[in-house]
Write a protein that binds this ligand. Structure first.
Ligand SMILES: C[S@@+](CC[C@H](N)C(=O)[O-])C[C@H]1O[C@@H](n2cnc3c(N)ncnc32)[C@H](O)[C@@H]1O
Length: 276
């Protein structure tokens, strides 16, 4: 991420993630693997949708969830938005290649861009912790984002969130006097980088976790210390309050994509309904 802060920093961290493929076979393998690894997400979201659904996805990345739902025949229309232009270009080409003409993708900041008509969507989806970026950049903006989603949903429309609450880090940082800790991790053998150092800081006033990563190269020993991520950590209580304030009801929390109840673990899936 270098020195870039805020929204520009997030965009820079994700730009170019899906640009270098040796050939078409490599591209197809990447797409296949993205769908296979995350099929459980499409299973759960698909189960919540009516027939011929209209779905809005914030932080859609490479578009894999919408592509998957379209290929399962669940979508009449969808809009996926993401800050990273290269990811949106990747998603558009993927949709074109599989003939998913009902999918539309757009690059920009979901807080500011056109998300369609009011009461247009059957479901709004914000997965892989994308909601946690908002308050970390602009305090109060997650509430605004959820308000925009509520406005875009049809009455009774569904919201699906996935968050990483990092409960074990949170406990460790709560115990640390200054809210700071450093951890070394070893990467799997195929990775060109062997170790990375996580420099963690939890701001107790804002609930924002800052994670700076320093990588050590497997063969050259080169050091890469350019990556920094900031995420707002929500407890289930904070999230339920936030959703209520934004106009959502029937909040349910799950431990993963298989529908088991939330157990204070590392993965939190939340479903809610637009309250009327
Ligand atoms: C962890 S990635 C997840 C991508 C995708 N949901 C997936 O599962 O592969 C988070 C994504 O959120 C996007 N993002 C973060 N803040 C955003 C914002 N304000 N508006 C639109 N996209 C945003 C980032 O560009 C990034 O692609």
């Amino acid at each position: 991420m270098g020195d870039l802060e805020g929204m520009d920093g997030i965009a820079a961290a994700y730009e170019g993630l899906e640009t270098a493929f040796a050939d078409d076979a490599a591209l197809q393998a990447y797409r296949r693997s993205a769908l296979e690894r995350h099929a459980a997400q499409a299973d759960l979201v698909g189960a919540l949708l009516p027939d011929d659904a209209a779905v809005l996805e914030i932080g859609t990345g490479n578009g894999r969830l919408l592509i998957d739902l379209a290929q399962r025949g669940r979508l009449a229309s969808a809009l996926g938005v993401d800050l990273a232009h290269s990811r949106i270009a990747f998603a558009e080409r993927w949709a074109q290649d599989v003939g998913a003409e009902q999918l539309r993708f757009a690059a920009g900041d979901a807080l500011a861009m056109d998300l369609g008509e009011a009461a247009a969507w059957d479901a709004a989806v914000v997965i892989t912790a994308a909601l946690a970026y908002f308050d970390a950049v602009v305090p109060g903006s997650a509430r605004r984002m959820l308000g925009r989603l509520r406005e875009g949903l049809k009455p009774g429309g569904r919201l699906v969130l996935e968050l990483y609450p990092h409960p074990s880090w949170r406990r460790m940082l709560d115990d640390a006097e200054d809210g700071r800790a450093r951890l070394w991790s070893e990467l799997p053998e195929g990775d060109p980088w062997r170790f990375y150092l996580s420099d963690l800081h939890l701001d107790r006033d804002t609930g924002v976790l800052t994670h700076r990563k320093t990588f050590v190269h497997r063969t050259t020993g080169e050091i890469d210390e350019g990556r920094r991520e900031a995420l707002r950590l929500y407890s289930t209580e904070e999230l339920t309050t936030l959703l209520g304030e934004a106009g959502f009801a029937d909040v349910e929390t799950f431990a993963g994509w298989d529908g088991a109840p939330y157990d204070d673990g590392e993965l939190l899936v939340v479903t809610a309904r637009r309250a009327d």
